[in-house]
Ligand binder design. Structure first.
Ligand SMILES: Cc1cc2nc3c(=O)[nH]c(=O)nc-3n(C[C@H](O)[C@H](O)[C@H](O)COP(=O)(O)O)c2cc1C
Length: 339
């Protein structure tokens, strides 16, 4: 009798353990020792105190997946990707959302009708692969207090087992509400952490703090430049072209073979197109410019043309620049991260 009572207590304990262990917001067992132990970040809890911080895994991929109808959440996603060195993937609706589709004041608009029907699953046109990623930042706008239904299409069609999922959203004013919980419930597996809402105007510093709070790692995104084998100090611009340069040179050094041209510049192919925002300017000695989207130009003289400024070599006058750049072709190497 006594034995049976203990058996019953044991069964209940096992059941409670299983229910806790199989629910959301758990730690993922460490793939190395399988113990579930964590390398602690500065703060073990998420900002709202919900999920567990992710274990630091330097050698495992980080992916930012975002759906953004008007670009606000995409902007936050790009900042997260830049700060963490993550890859970025955008959920593309098979049928793009028009301005009329997004009219939330119209009860007959597509978005309103979709949000009113919890069973709608708008189709996605691209195939986002999660293989090789341990941490997924998942971003979306708030639509009528919830995630857009296309997010349900995404989470239901992917397997998040063994991955940490960190939801984030942007909105006019609403909080993340239950949208992150709903997605976690609909998803196949995954260790879902408490989500976070950002206003569209969120600063890089706020995002940085949040990444650290959730246990993520900020990568060193300092750009270093060498002309032949010697380093030069550069004041880099803050623009999409420089961000792209960081992304390219983070994986491996970007080596650009330059040639002297026109008696005022060294120019070379970057090997890929960077996002240009060309303006007609007079480049000065020391200026580093993007020309035609895919060429880097370093000036030791002046020239007026359409360029996107990338940066300026610091602490070198025209004579010093000419000595380095006007005596034959050079190789420029760009590296992102520690020297
Ligand atoms: C259909 C629709 C419904 C929305 N519902 C809300 C809402 O409930 N609460 C809120 O604060 N903002 C709401 N918004 C505003 C968006 O959440 C906000 O503009 C968001 O930053 C847009 O992100 P995106 O540019 O990445 O699409 C809504 C916008 C749309 C288009």
């Amino acid at each position: 009798m006594r034995k049976r009572k203990w058996l019953a207590i044991l069964t209940v304990l096992i059941l409670v353990f299983c229910m806790t262990a199989c629910g959301k917001k758990q730690t993922v067992p460490d793939p190395v020792d399988g113990s579930g132990s964590q390398q602690q970040g500065p703060d073990q809890t998420s900002p709202s105190g919900g999920g567990s911080a992710i274990p630091a895994q330097e050698d495992e991929g980080v992916l930012v997946v975002v759906f953004s109808a008007t670009g606000t959440t995409r902007g936050v996603a790009e900042k997260i990707a830049d700060l963490t060195g993550a890859d970025l993937a955008e959920i593309v609706p098979a049928q793009p959302y028009t301005e009329a589709d997004l009219k939330y004041s119209d009860k007959n608009s597509r978005a309103t009708k979709e949000q009113n029907d919890p069973d709608v699953r708008p189709a996605i046109s691209n195939d986002i692969k999660l293989d090789g990623y341990r941490t997924i930042y998942l971003g979306y706008p708030i639509w009528f207090g919830q995630a857009p239904r296309i997010m349900s299409t995404f989470v239901e069609s992917h397997d998040f087992s063994g991955k940490n999922v960190i939801p984030f959203c942007t909105s006019g004013s609403s909080d993340i509400g239950s949208s992150d919980d709903t997605l976690a419930e609909q998803a196949k597996g995954g260790n879902w952490l408490e989500g976070k809402r950002f206003p569209g105007s969120v600063s890089q510093e706020e995002i940085e703090s949040w990444i650290i709070e959730t246990g993520g790692m900020i990568v060193d995104s300092t750009l270093h430049m060498m002309i032949d084998k010697t380093g030069v100090e550069v004041d880099w611009e803050s623009n999409a072209a420089v961000d792209a340069l960081k992304k390219i040179s983070r994986k491996e050094p970007l080596v650009i073979k330059m040639s002297m041209y026109g008696g005022f510049e060294q120019v070379g192919q970057i090997g890929q197109q960077l996002p240009a925002d060309d303006k007609r300017v007079t480049a000065q000695p020391g200026d580093i410019m993007l020309y035609s989207g895919d060429q880097m130009v370093v000036f030791y003289g002046t020239n007026t043309w359409e360029y996107t400024k990338l940066g300026k070599i610091r602490d070198m006058n025209s004579t010093q620049l000419a000595e380095r750049l006007a005596r034959g072709d050079v190789t420029v190497t760009i590296v992102c991260g520690g020297k």
